[in-house]
Design a protein around this ligand. Structure first.
Ligand code: AMP
Ligand code: MG
Length: 499
């Protein structure tokens, strides 16, 4: 076996590109140690694409490093400053109150930055403790990796490290640290921060950093800043479409939680749609339902307007800042959403009436409230042309999701009529649909069961869920229980901002 130190010698060298920005953008500080850390969950895939040496994960150094007790070679930890709009209201300065950006690396799989979440206070903690609890850390870890498995743009998670260190929330819980991995963690609020202070030069420096580091293609445009804004707008539109198509609800779409790279960022009180209700509020703290499922595309646009306003000093014609959003966002959202929904419904090619049919389908789901994920998964296996005599039997797996079977039959007739307009082999269609309609999503009750086990120091549930959710479209008979609807004990589960 390798001596522990030799792993440190084999690690890739990290550099912190964000640290090249002027000092006002961040505060340099080391993570705070967490006593007796242990590995709660680990994504082998993330470890692989980071190029971490084999065997490192099982060395004692691993938990020490990703608890923040030892530094990675070359890392220059820092906490970044940002501001933002929270629940539609300007909140002023926020910043990484419990995140330390360690640095990043470039390799064949891309540019990756590594951030510890929950490794103690920073100058931006605003009186809070800088920690994250085991519960929310497991949820963020699992959901990051589940979303990646679903093909949704997202920050990734390397691991969760836990410890017995007590943390006070509504009750006393224990601390944990999630290692997040992404090309970058710049937020809409990072720009709003400087714009709100009329610091045009810093807005420009940040935009230049984002362009040069992540979007060099924008440099070639007549106005690189306008090109960047449009890029963010398109990616955010695409991201919202992905969320809607998998039934993901972020729960806290504040502008400080919006990624400039169009990634799902900051997993808190998120949820996946179960019994369909477009007005579902997944965040118990969202009293007025600002972030319901159906509001997400609109909120994405609202947030982009905040970003556009922050870009005003950079644009040659500031009066068109919001137009950059208007000219790109809606189209990116609608086209991506239509494409994803056609995939979910097994429609081979676009037809003029698709938008109506998709709208009608959502109306039907809203009225009858089947489990969103199960509905599309079961639909995938139904034949395009049923044998009329046995139709009730053939369609039973879907009909059983409805109290009103006649309504289900009527919708199926419409669906089949639409399928007939762009026919393809049933086998091919079913395979294609199964690749668009996941069998496994991170239901709250699944996360909760794994969290309860982990509190008793049994981390096998976290790892099992991770293994399953990395391949959400594949049948995995050993994980059949994870595809089940919520059990009775889970009916009262609530998720709030407390994390
Ligand atoms: P969130 O609602 O998790 O997106 O957090 C909003 C802001 O509060 C961000 O600036 C976080 O860094 C900060 N924050 C949240 N929880 C804590 C905590 N326990 N300690 C310090 N800062 C926190
Ligand atoms: Mg946040």
């Amino acid at each position: 076996m390798n001596a522990p130190e030799s792993f440190l010698n084999d690690l890739p060298i990290f550099t912190n590109s964000f640290a090249a920005l002027p000092a006002a953008f961040y505060t340099r500080l080391d993570p705070h140690p967490l006593p007796d850390p242990c590995v709660v969950g680990l994504s082998g895939e993330v470890a692989d694409f980071l190029g971490l040496p084999a065997g490192f994960q099982s060395s004692p150094q691993f938990a020490e490093i990703f608890a923040g007790n030892r530094l990675l070679p070359g890392s220059e930890p820092l906490a970044a400053v940002y501001s933002g709009h929270q629940f539609g209201v300007w909140a002023g300065q926020l910043g990484d109150g419990r995140a330390h950006l360690l640095g990043g690396l470039c390799n064949a799989s891309g540019h990756w930055e590594i951030q510890l979440k929950g490794a103690g206070k920073t100058p931006y903690s605003r009186g809070a403790d800088g920690r994250a609890v085991l519960r929310s850390s497991i949820r963020e870890f699992l959901c990051s990796e589940a979303m990646a498995g679903l093909g949704v743009p997202t920050t990734r998670a390397l691991c969760v490290i836990g410890a017995d260190y007590p943390v006070r929330r509504e009750a006393i819980e224990t601390a944990a640290v999630v290692t997040r991995v992404a090309p970058g963690f710049v937020r809409f609020g990072s720009f709003e921060h400087w714009a709100s202070r009329d610091r045009d030069q810093e807005v420009r420096q940040l935009a230049d950093y984002v362009i040069d580091t992540f979007r060099p293609q924008c440099r070639a445009a007549a106005n690189p800043y306008d090109a960047l804004l449009r890029d963010v707008s398109v990616r955010t539109g695409e991201l919202m479409a992905h969320w809607m198509a998998v039934g993901f609800m972020h729960g806290v779409m504040n502008t400080d939680n919006m990624s400039i790279l169009g990634l799902t960022l900051d997993y808190g009180p998120f949820g996946f749609m179960e019994a369909f209700d477009s007005g579902h509020i997944c965040n118990h703290s969202d009293t007025y339902g600002r972030y319901t499922y159906r509001n997400q595309p609109h909120v994405g646009q609202w947030n982009l307007y905040c970003l556009a306003d922050a870009f005003l000093p950079l644009l040659k014609r500031p009066e068109i800042a919001r137009a950059a959003v208007d000219e790109t966002y809606g189209e990116a959202f609608e086209q991506t959403f239509a494409r994803l929904m056609r995939g979910k419904l097994g429609l081979l090619a676009a037809m003029p009436d698709d938008e109506d049919f998709i709208g009608e389908t959502f109306g039907f789901l809203q009225q009858h409230r089947p489990d969103f994920t199960t509905f599309f998964r079961v639909l995938s296996r139904l034949p395009a042309v049923p044998d009329r005599e046995n139709q009730a039997k053939t369609d039973a797996p879907l009909r059983d999701l409805f109290v009103d079977r006649a309504a289900c039959d009527a919708w199926l007739d419409t669906w089949r009529a639409r399928l007939a307009q762009t026919p393809w082999s049933d086998d091919q269609r079913q395979v294609a649909m199964l690749a668009c309609n996941p069998k496994y999503i991170l239901r709250n009750w699944l996360a909760e069961a794994a969290i309860r086990q982990a509190r008793d120091k049994d981390f096998s549930g976290v790892q099992r869920l991770l293994t399953c959710l990395r391949r959400p479209f594949d049948e995995q008979p050993e994980f059949e229980d994870f595809a089940a609807l919520p059990p009775d004990w889970a009916s009262g589960l609530e998720v709030s901002c407390s994390s």
